[in-house]
Design a protein around this ligand. Structure first.
Ligand code: ADP
Ligand code: MG
Length: 361
């Protein structure tokens, strides 16, 4: 399979449990561990079942697979899945992302290069500009694109056919996607956090790929402390491998794993410094909430988007934080986890009776 990489923006992240991409070297490492077929893709059973049906149906009709929208937190396998779908149908993948497509010509250039049945993967699709979206709609629906030639009085519109293709869009923010865009996907699915069992399965497979000697208990420890995220599991496995090589005899043992995690300040629940700072800010500065995300972001000196896309989903999923109409609240579990005494700031809020019409921030 040939990969045609149009433009990719690699975001650097130094946070070890951060599910964001960690730079070029890590991308290479992840690439080597990336499942290529449905059979190797662990977890997300219901989504995989739907995609298999779509792929089989498309093969039968000799048509491209329906357009697919994948949404969910970073590091859960959206990009991987786009490649898996392409591999399963034996098509090429063309990779780009929302912010990279600044001019219509960028998009037209990619669309006209597509072969029949190819997959066009647009990451961060919620960041496409309105103009580009307008160009994309006829391509998605009727496999054609209208280009304007010349300008002013000589302007002409030319319709260029596009080979039938499958658009796979990925986003961490479904809410920021426009209605018309969402409506044009035949399949729209949320990617869930992984269970420790699923992460363990991924770690076992990757330990084999990396030719690591690893204790079963060590891999379970990593599975439980990877924030439900395969990218984090892979990153921690690499950390532990390096730690084992330097501090031990190369074998990934439970004590080596625990030391490596401790060094990275990852606690038993898989939370890192940034997660704990988020919870501590809510508790110490805002008395456990309710507090708006903007306020927490300002206090932490973080981007609101980072808090909402990267930090909060896992804390919400694991009930460290709840969202009420008045804002976010730290739960009893959050206090206990930080070793703090639970003091609900406002007992009335615990009844669950909220004032109607209050703003959700
Ligand atoms: N279901 C899965 N099974 C095995 N490995 C996975 C799975 N999902 C993700 N991974 C691993 O995690 C890494 C990050 O996944 P990626 O597709 O880049 O996430 P996203 O695009 O959602 O941010 C991949 O390189 C792959 O090694
Ligand atoms: Mg991705």
């Amino acid at each position: 399979m040939v990969l045609s990489i149009a433009k990719t923006v690699v975001m650097a992240r130094d946070r070890i449990v951060g599910p964001g991409s960690g730079g070029e070297e890590e991308e290479r490492y992840n690439y080597a561990l990336r499942p290529l077929k449905f059979a190797q893709y662990v977890g997300q059973q219901s989504l995989i079942r739907k995609l298999k049906i779509a792929v089989d149906a498309a093969r039968g009709r000799k048509e491209p697979v329906d357009h697919v929208l994948l949404h969910g937190p970073p590091g859960l396998g959206k990009t991987t899945l786009a490649h898996v779908v392409a591999n399963e149908v034996g098509a090429q993948v063309h990779v780009t992302n929302g912010p990279a497509l600044t001019k219509p010509a960028d998009l037209v250039g990619i669309l006209t290069k597509l072969g029949r049945g190819d997959v066009l993967f647009i990451d961060e699709i919620h960041r496409l500009s309105a103009v580009i979206e307008e160009y994309l709609y006829p391509a998605m629906e009727d496999f054609k694109v209208d280009v304007t030639l010349d300008q002013g009085a000589h302007a002409r519109v030319m319709t260029i056919p596009v080979q039938p293709f499958t658009l796979i869009g990925a986003t961490t923010r479904l809410g920021l996607l426009t209605g018309p865009m969402r409506g044009r996907f035949g399949i729209s699915e949320h990617i869930e956090f992984y269970s420790p069992e699923a992460l363990h399965e991924i770690l076992v497979a990757n330990a084999v790929l990396l030719k690591l000697v690893a204790e079963e208990t060590a891999l379970w420890e990593l599975a439980r402390r990877s924030r439900g995220t395969p990218r984090v599991a892979n990153r921690l496995l690499r950390r532990v491998r390096d730690f084992a090589a330097v501090e031990g005899n190369g074998k990934v043992t439970l004590p080596i794993t625990k030391s490596a995690l401790e060094l990275a300040a990852i606690d038993e629940k898989g939370l890192d410094d940034q997660d704990r700072t988020f919870l501590r800010t809510m508790i110490e500065v805002y008395e456990g909430g309710p507090v708006g995300i903007e306020a927490v972001a300002a206090t932490m000196g973080e981007e609101r988007d980072t808090l909402e896309d990267v930090i909060e989903p896992y804390l919400l999923q694991n009930a460290f934080v709840t969202r009420t109409r008045q804002g976010r609240r730290a739960t009893k579990l959050a206090y206990e986890h930080l070793g703090m005494k639970y003091r609900p700031s406002n007992d009335r809020l615990d009844t669950g009776l909220f004032e109607p019409g209050a703003e959700v921030k």
